[in-house]
Design a binder for this molecule. Sequence first.
Ligand code: AQP
Length: 353
Amino acid sequence: KPRILSGIQPTGSLHLGNYLGALSQWVPMQDTYSCNFCVVDLHAVTNTKDHKLQQSSDGLREWTLSSAALYIAAGIDPEKSNIFVQSHVSAHSELSWLLTCTCPMGWMDRMIQFKEKKASKGDNVGLGLYSYPVLMAADILLYGAEKVPVGEDQRQHLELTRDLARRFNDQFCTGSQYKKLCKSLSLPTYPVFREPEAMIVKEGARVMSLTDGTSKMSKSDPSEASRINVLDPPDVIRQKVKRCKTDNFEGIIGAEDRPEARNLITIFKAVQPDRDPAEIEASVRDMNWGQFKPVLAEAVIEHLAPIQKRYEEVRGEEGYLEGVLKRGGDRANEQADETLKRARAAMGFVPRF
Ligand code: AQP
């Protein structure tokens, strides 16, 4: 089966955007692909001091475990897919350094996401955030992933991954020397890295903030009211939906330029995947906001209920989650070490005695 790799940063409690845009999209991939889903905690620490993560390392620990448990609760099956924590596989950090040393500064200076974050955070951005795309490249290349499910905003980072793979292969994996070396170490002679392809997640899966329909729902938004967390209790969901931003147009469907309305309808459809989208629209077309909001809240609550229940079971069963992460980490280490060993050898590091 072709390999896939994806992950979420444990920078907070996972929200409806992470669930609809990532987790729920991963679930059906398990039947077609050999999947690696990791909790990317090394990426999470690239956030600098204005971020809530800095308030306590307990936060990182808890969000890492709760994210992994939510992967399972949302339908990622540890028997089919490999679930692990990024920092449990030290090859990610090491390959990231090797790639950092082959990456021209100019390539990094072009990264749009860093420019945007720097513009909004000023001096609060750290070196880790700058070199984050190289760590992401290491994540992908270690497992020889053929496809990477990414949002449109990550497309440039995936292009960088392809460029880094090609540059490394061209620089270190051609010529008779390389082949001779591989043979002497009993390693395969084909180039170390596979160039991955983007699997762009469909546009409808983008969930916007409840307080501003033009910016995406995000863990790092300082306002709790801006997002629905997957683990929010029903009353909290009702309150958040009740208070969310709307507009003064009549009816909740129609007219192009209505970001909040569009977002709420998108959510309403996404949490009822078994219903026909046209029929869903027809059922709420004549409602006003006061009528629609409770209906929306109940649909979200109903959709999340089984996930929340499963989450409690996963967290409640002593040793279960740890066992899943241990097995996942062991399998990931095995695959990653293989690639790292070849990358080290190709660059000229003396093999371990
Ligand atoms: N609002 C969203 N709508 C749809 N998909 C989303 N994702 C995130 N927000 C939305 C998807 O979730 C996956 C993991 O994201 P991440 O945690 O690695 O980073 P992010 O995209 O930066 O997510 P957040 O929630 O906004 O986190 P912070 O605030 O820490 O930066 C990705 O597949 C992403 O597309």
